[in-house]
Design a protein around this ligand. Sequence first.
Ligand code: AMP
Ligand code: GLY
Length: 432
Amino acid sequence: MKVLVVGSGGREHAIAWKLTNCNNVDSVFVAPGNPGTKSCAENVAIAADDIPSLLEFARRKEIDITIVGPEKPLVDGIVDRFREASLAIVGPTASAARLEGSKAFAKDFMKKYGVPTATYKTFSRSQYQEATAFLDAHEIPVVIKASGLAAGKGAVVCATRREAEETLRQMLHDRAFGSASDEVVIEEFMVGEEASVFALCDGESYVLFSPAQDHKQIGEGDTGPNTGGMGAYAPASVVTEQVLGRVRKEIIDPVLEGMSKEGCPFTGFLFVGLMLTEVGPKVVEFNCRLGDPETQVILPLLETNFADLLRKSATENLNMSSIDFHDGNAACVVMASGGYPGSYRKGVEITGLEEANSRPDTIVFQAGTANEDGRLVTAGGRVLNVVGTGTSLSDALTKAYSGIETINFERAVYRRDIGKKGLKRQAAGIDH
Ligand code: AMP
Ligand code: GLY
């Protein structure tokens, strides 16, 4: 099988690595990839959102299956274009990708099909006055979200009324996110622990991967601004079998049924961002792709042939498929450039990667890196994902952190408390 992976982050490095290790995969191409994907696959110099060039490449190379990492090409209709050309691709159509691309669509859809989520109201630019009045009467904290894609920065949890008013003004009035905030969702603040669940879907059937937990904030103890994700671990024991049963019945089943009824069956990865509240699991958001850094911990645990699962998803053939996982745990610690998620330096030399990769059960997935005059240098905010696997969460974390100790680049930052909630849960004996 020849596979094309679209994207250039740590998620795509993990996908390419996993596919390279499938016995029925002959070649893996990554567009555009990064120095990490170059070490295990073949990089192709095509941008992830250049749909016509990706299509031409897939045709010319007779790619058997394409998997898309980031949301933008999905929302832009890459799956529609590939299907029109009879090329197999994993992901939702543009219409189904609205679950991520339009928060207003996702919220209205959840309401219509009874999927548990925060109560909300949507406002367009012309309704600024109504939105202000609604906000005045709303309890604090409140969450305000730009409806469109805003690179993970479009949701603001407002702890004070002043902050809420200011956020609303910036989004709806000042168009802080361009057209993404032409419509905003004002919603109830939910209290609970968050977790990520991934379903690979074929329109009707699905398989579930190990639930994972992300660490969105830059600072230890979940403080400071949100980032793309500073670390993850899987399985996330907070998602017990019982919780997972509810997620299937109350969320994933009605979503797949509802999307079919709406005429846009969901294919590809449905990423359910969950809040585990006192009254049960509720949806924080949907994404239409795999998570980053969650992928870096769920794929090392997957035992079933990943390429087979992808092929089945693209050919409406997941019904009755089983999915198996290795025993044990995986943990990922992100090393970022000092200053991220604000401004940071690029081009800083990275050393010690080979040493980390040579350690048992340790693998480094690269994200914001580049090759410059034969040296590996930083090229982004999130630079490296150091992943450890082990028989327990603490074993996996020990391996990830000892991998980090061998790696150096100036002003590197990482959180020292990845997996802490999971460890606490174990210590308290509330693990299942
Ligand atoms: P989103 O972009 O919708 O995933 O939101 C980003 C982050 O904001 C989430 O991971 C949560 O931590 C937080 N958040 C979003 N919506 C809510 C909500 N209704 N209640 C509490 N926290 C939320
Ligand atoms: N880790 C969260 C995301 O990929 O959006």
